[in-house]
Design a protein around this ligand. Structure first.
Ligand code: IDP
Ligand code: MG
Length: 168
């Protein structure tokens, strides 16, 4: 266990994972896909100036979702959350950029849509905490864990964004 955390720590704080190379895991949940919000949500991250590193439409297995939401396993809504998240395809993405983890959480809004300000994704597109359309990693360490759960290394693209000099 200690070895696992030491290696995670080493990976997160290696130069490739900080500053403009910080990465986060974002998932458009099954309700977001059903409600045709994929284009709108992707556009928000693109227009903000973040770089798309990976994207796929996947039907997540219960095993994957239980690992993903492991910290919430004792919550009363856990079973419902797993069945909601496995009820249809999810758009899994990795986005990269300066402070992307914290900024993406701001773009998402609060967990409960009723507490999310207009202008945020949850503030604009949903009303129920159990159907809040999008997931975003809550820390750099969670991002690293979630990216490695949902993606293989070779699915993460290395490419030079031509707009980089206009963003940084
Ligand atoms: P987050 O998605 O904003 O990080 P978490 O507390 O990590 O919020 O909860 C994960 C997900 O579990 C939420 O996005 C939401 O879909 C669901 N959830 C959280 N609290 C409740 C609840 O009280 N009832 C039903 N579902 C909930
Ligand atoms: Mg969370």
């Amino acid at each position: 266990m200690i070895c696992f955390f030491l290696s995670l720590f080493a990976q997160v704080f290696q130069p490739g994972w900080t500053g403009v190379n910080e990465r986060t895991f974002i998932a458009i949940k099954p309700d977001g896909v059903q409600r045709k919000l994929v284009g709108e949500i992707v556009q928000r991250f693109e227009k903000k100036g973040f770089k798309l590193v990976a994207l796929k439409l996947v039907k997540a297995s219960e095993d994957l979702l239980q690992d993903h939401y492991w910290d919430l396993r004792s919550k009363p809504f856990f079973r419902g959350l797993i069945s909601y998240m496995s009820s249809g395809p999810v758009v899994a993405m990795v986005w990269q950029g300066l402070d992307v983890v914290k900024t993406a959480r701001k773009m998402l809004g609060e967990t409960n849509p009723a507490e999310s300000l207009p202008g945020t994704i949850r503030g604009d597109y949903c009303v129920d905490v159990g159907r809040n359309v999008i997931h975003g990693s809550d820390s750099v360490v969670s991002a690293q864990k979630e990216i490695s759960l949902w993606f293989r290394q070779k699915e993460l693209q290395h490419w030079e964004s031509s707009s980089n000099p206009w963003i940084y």
